[in-house]
Write a protein that binds this ligand. Sequence first.
Ligand code: UDP
Ligand code: MG
Length: 318
Amino acid sequence: MNDMSKIMYIVVPCFNEEEVLLDTNSKLITKIKELIDNKLISEVSRVLYVDDGSRDSTWDIICELHEKHEYVTGLKLSRNKGHQNALMAGLMEAKNHADMVVSMDADLQDDIDVLERFIQEYENGADIVYGVRNSRKKDSFFKRNTAIAFYKLMRMMGVELVYNHADYRLMSKRALHELEGYKEVNLFLRGIIPLIGFKTATVEYERGERLAGETKYPLRKMLQFAIEGITSCSVRPIRLIAVTGMLIALMSVVMLIHTIVGYFQGGTIDGWASMVVIMCFLGGFQIFSIGIVGEYVGKIYLEAKGRPRYAIESKKIK
Ligand code: UDP
Ligand code: MG
């Protein structure tokens, strides 16, 4: 027994991943064994699959794998709660058993051969190691461009993100304990993890294609994710509204003077077209602004209720 080496848990959220899970598992197990053999991690290191309320046989597969391999553990959420919540559930469970926890997607798009470098950065004192992809060559045209737009929008809105980093990262036990203190139910991990602090490091890797199955992030979920990211990490949209409102108010003073002068000159009926244009613009803009404020009010409502982020239905941890 090499009691110097640290315990690693690899947390993998899974939503309807029956097509890819066996393949992913054999690769992960091979990797864990290799890391143990090289004395980089302790032999009680584990993979932790979190079934996010899948409607296919994902959980059955996890249970079978748990019976067959000592390295496999599992967690089943009571229903589909979304990637971020599933990940959080896994991280919070794993931190009770591990010294360092790596999160990655079930489709193994993230290169598991950089784990050695993750561990090395951890050994050098980093509490958070970000996996950063070095290019987007293998993405579809659509995914690449929506991703670039996403980062631009986030920066404009004042959300600090690590560029080209998704949820492939290593976190120490200590960092995870700090993460636990972030109680928000509108969870956007990429936005809050940089707020934790401590020493961080980045490791570059090449991101591949999905091993099998389809993306679980259709456009609808991506948009939802972006809105979540902005509204849970920044109030800049509200501030922009306030500034725009002030500018429009100033403009309307100019309009007012113009109108009064026009009235005394006796040519008021001329202005009908511009009146309609301004009315439409203001009406639309006001409704839009109320919508943005409403988005935040809705968030406050959800946070105020403080409902649990997830419920664990069963656990397969030896
Ligand atoms: N996922 C999840 N719950 C969901 C949607 C996705 O746990 O509601 C998981 C999914 O199983 C995968 C990860 O989140 O492990 C990332 O999803 P995917 O690879 O489909 O996203 P993409 O790489 O296409 O952005
Ligand atoms: Mg993927």
